[in-house]
Structure formats: C-alpha cells, structure tokens
Design a protein around this ligand. Structure first.
Ligand code: 2NL
Length: 335
C-alpha cells in the first residue's frame, strides 16, 4: 500500500502540472480530494491494514493529502490571478497627468514674426546654410579685402565655401531667379565665429526681409516696419530710426522702440537708455541690384534684418542666450 501511495503522489504531481483551466482543476479536486475521492478511499482501506502498519500508512496518507491539497491551492490561486493580471491597471488609482511638449521659444518667436509679415503680403524664401563667397559677400557689395568683412568673422570650409553669416544670400538667389516685384522674408540659421557668451552665439536665427519694386521709398520701409513693431511688441510703443551702416544698404538705419519693460524710463533691460534696438534696415544699395541684374535706375527697394535669439530674449526676459540651446526641460516648460 505504501508503494501505491508513492505512485499516486507522482501521478498527482504530473496531473496538476497539466491543469490549465478551472474546469480541469475541478476535475482534479473531485478525483483526489473529495470525500469519495482516491485519497479518502485509501484512508478507508487503511482501516483493514494490520495494526502495526497503521501509523506508517497514516503518516504517509496525511502527507499525501496535504501535498495534493497544497498543489491544488497553489494552482487555484494561479488560475484565478494569472501572472499577467497582476500587472494590469489599478482602476482605483488617481490618474497621472501626461506631459505634452511645447514649441521651442525660438520657434514661437520665429513663427510670430513670419505670420505678421505673411499677413502683410510677404512670401517666405529658403536657401542653403553652406554658401559661397559670391552670394554671402561679393554680390552684397562687400568687395574682397573690404574691412566690412571683419564685422562678420566667418567659418570658411574651403577657399570660397563658407557657412552663411546672414540670410542675405537667399535674397540674392531670389532676385537672380525672379523679376521684380519681390516681397519676401528669409528666416534661417546663420553662423559667425564669435566667442560664445550670454550675449553672443556662434550659431543663431535671423529673419531678413526684402521688398523691391518700382518707386519703393524709405517711407514704405518705415510704414511696414512700424506696423510690424506695433503688432509684435504692442500697440503703444514709440520708435526711432538712427542712421547706421551696412554694406548692402544706403542709407541704412537701426530701429529702436521704447523699452516695454520700463516704458522708456530706463532699466536693466534697456541699459538705462529707455530704448531697445530691434532691427537693422535700409534702402538696397544700387550695387546689389546691379549684381543680380536689376536696373537700379528703374527699381528701388528696402531690406531689413533682425536676430531671432535676441528678439526672443527681449520678449521673454531671458538674460543668457545660451539657455535657448541647452534644452533643459525646466527652462523650456516655462514657455
Ligand atoms: C541686422 C541688419 C540687415 C539687410 C539686413 C539686405 C539684404 C539684401 C540687400 C540689402 Cl540682399 N539688405 N539685408 C539690410 C539691412 C539690415 O540686417 O541687424 N541683422 C541682424
């Protein structure tokens, strides 16, 4: 009888391993564990065994019953709560707030500038960041060895190949490929060999604009740029134009607006002057028209340029331009 108890234990172990459904588990229970099951029957049989064998048989049967009971219970809990179910969502937990990204502050600023000019009838033009000496300097009235080139310390990649120092070469390409009238802005990245600091970067964004037609005057320039500044910086800004120099415009000017932080009284942002420089501009130099094949006796035009990084820094009160490129999520989430 001891042997058949041993065999039974082996078959019970083998059978429990093949149980995969609650129905099979119930059949297992009925086979081994109920009052008329195999184990109960063995207990009955034991009663007719010789008295001397009873303690050993009883012990073996008790062990068999607890082992089968344990295997049954383990399988039962596993079937009721499968492994995969333990990782399922707990519907009683509070929800977690999802994190969605935001537009980068530089791109928000660029988009706003673009949309104002597009509403005023400007197209948007694009061009290569890797340029040549002709499009970046020569056609823009920077003669070879002219000191104006020193203002833009340039990354040369070969004798004439260079990273554009402004987006003006795009305007040269646009004028060379189409006849006047031309009215477009050119946003993009530009590169200068500057020592990187809170106030200057070696790679930054710029938007330039150009309007060429018969009879375009400095009054058109002012009207358009003042309208832009009012939409971008606010209805009630005051402005001033101060004479300046650019090789590709004559006359040239810098546009200032009253500091929107202190309203012109003088503060840290405007360095106590009450004025903020917002862009450079001027009437396109006749030499530029000649270079692109336009007749300066027939057409005239204005052009302007502004740095987006500086503009965004002004607008958002950011005091270090490098923050825009570190991509620290704690900084970017504020915009
Ligand atoms: C500034 C000033 C300026 C232009 C850019 C330009 C382009 C052509 C012809 C004439 Cl093709 N002018 N661009 C003109 C005046 C100023 O930029 O401070 N930029 C950040």
């Amino acid at each position: 009888m001891l042997e058949s108890i041993q065999q039974l234990r082996q078959s019970a172990e083998a059978e429990i391993a093949s149980v995969t459904t609650p129905e099979e588990l119930e059949a297992y229970r009925v086979k081994y564990l109920v009052r008329k099951g195999i184990i109960a029957r063995l207990f009955d049989e034991m009663k007719s065994a010789p008295a001397a064998d009873k303690p050993v048989l009883g012990k073996a049967l008790n062990e068999l019953r607890s082992a089968v009971q344990a295997m049954f219970e383990e399988k039962e809990s596993r079937l009721r709560k499968p492994e995969s179910a333990r990782a399922l969502v707990d519907l009683t937990l509070a929800g977690r707030r999802g994190f969605s990204g935001t537009r980068h502050p530089l791109m928000q600023t660029l988009d706003e500038v673009k949309s104002i000019f597009v509403r005023m009838g400007f197209g948007i033009a694009d061009g290569p960041e890797l340029e040549d000496d002709y499009h970046n300097f020569e056609a823009l009235n920077f003669p070879p060895d002219h000191p104006a080139r020193d203002m833009q310390d340039t990354f040369f990649v070969s004798r004439t190949g260079l990273l554009r120092t402004h987006t003006s070469p795009v305007q040269i390409r646009v004028m060379k490929s189409q006849k006047p009238p031309v009215r477009a802005i050119m946003p993009g990245r530009v590169f200068r060999n500057e020592a990187i600091s809170a106030r200057s970067l070696a790679a930054f964004y710029q938007v330039e604009g150009l309007y060429v037609d018969r009879g375009v005057t400095f009054a058109d320039l002012k009207g358009t740029l003042v309208s832009f500044a009012r939409q971008f910086y606010g209805r009630d800004i005051k402005y001033r134009f101060i004479p300046s120099f650019f090789p590709f415009t004559e006359p040239s000017a810098e546009m200032y607006i009253t500091c929107f932080l202190c309203k012109g009284k003088g503060c840290r942002m405007c360095k106590q002057t009450g004025w903020l420089e917002v862009l450079g501009c001027g009437m396109v130099d006749p030499n530029v028209f000649t270079a692109v094949g336009y007749d300066p006796e027939v057409v005239s035009g204005y052009a302007f340029g502004m740095g987006i990084d500086r503009t965004a820094a002004l607008l958002y009160g950011v005091d270090d331009l490098r923050l825009f490129y570190e991509n620290d999520i704690r900084f970017l989430r504020q915009f």
